[in-house]
Ligand binder design. Structure first.
Ligand code: AMP
Length: 183
């Protein structure tokens, strides 16, 4: 399994990716978590990423793809893999294709979690992360619609790769839907 998890900010993408990783024994790479950890530790990557993450902008592609290409070499990502929050734009999707090209890995599932926008804003305000102010939330949703959503078109061109999952239910219900797709 090599699954990509998509969904607007606040649909529960990270929660579901983590659950699936635990229960289906997959390596889980969240680029957002990687940035938050790097920012907390104030590493070089953290210092580069901080302004973008705080403003709800995408971190430059070369910084992100560096993290992903290094992670994919690690033993915990040698078998089942969940990428959560990557790719986020067309350039990153093409870079991922390039990274996998020639190897024996290929993307097996694209899971797209869908929740209506009103519910998303409500959830994010409740979560209260540093980049969860109303202005930054609005901006992240716009960035998502403009840069990330077009990728669904890109992945829908491959037969049977893209799976839309209704996310407006409890964690276990949504998990059950995803599990059925992945098993
Ligand atoms: P997330 O935890 O997925 O909501 O990501 C939080 C923030 O991290 C985003 O708003 C971006 O600033 C940054 N980020 C995460 N993944 C990426 C990516 N693939 N490309 C660019 N920026 C990213």
């Amino acid at each position: 399994m090599f699954a990509l998890f998509f969904g607007a900010p606040g649909v529960g993408k990270g929660t579901q990716a983590e659950l699936v990783a635990q229960r289906l024994h997959a390596g889980h790479l969240s680029t957002g978590d990687a940035f938050r950890t790097a920012i907390k530790k104030q590493t070089e990557i953290g210092r580069k990423a901080q302004g973008y993450v705080d403003a709800g902008e995408l971190v430059p592609d070369d910084v992100v793809t560096g993290i992903v290409s290094e992670a994919l070499e690690l033993p915990q990502f040698s078998n089942n893999i969940i990428l959560d929050g990557f790719p986020r734009n067309l350039a990153q999707a093409k870079e991922l294709d390039r990274l996998l090209d020639g190897g024996d890995r290929r993307i097996t599932h694209v899971i797209n979690i869908i929740v209506e926008q009103e519910e998303i804003v409500k959830r994010l305000l409740e979560r209260g992360r540093k980049d969860d102010t109303i202005e930054v939330i609005r901006h992240r949703l716009t960035v998502y619609q403009e840069q990330t959503e077009p990728l669904l078109d890109y992945y829908s061109k491959a037969d049977g790769l893209l799976h839309n999952v209704e996310g407006n239910d409890g964690i276990e219900t949504v998990f059950g839907r995803i599990e059925q797709i992945l098993r």
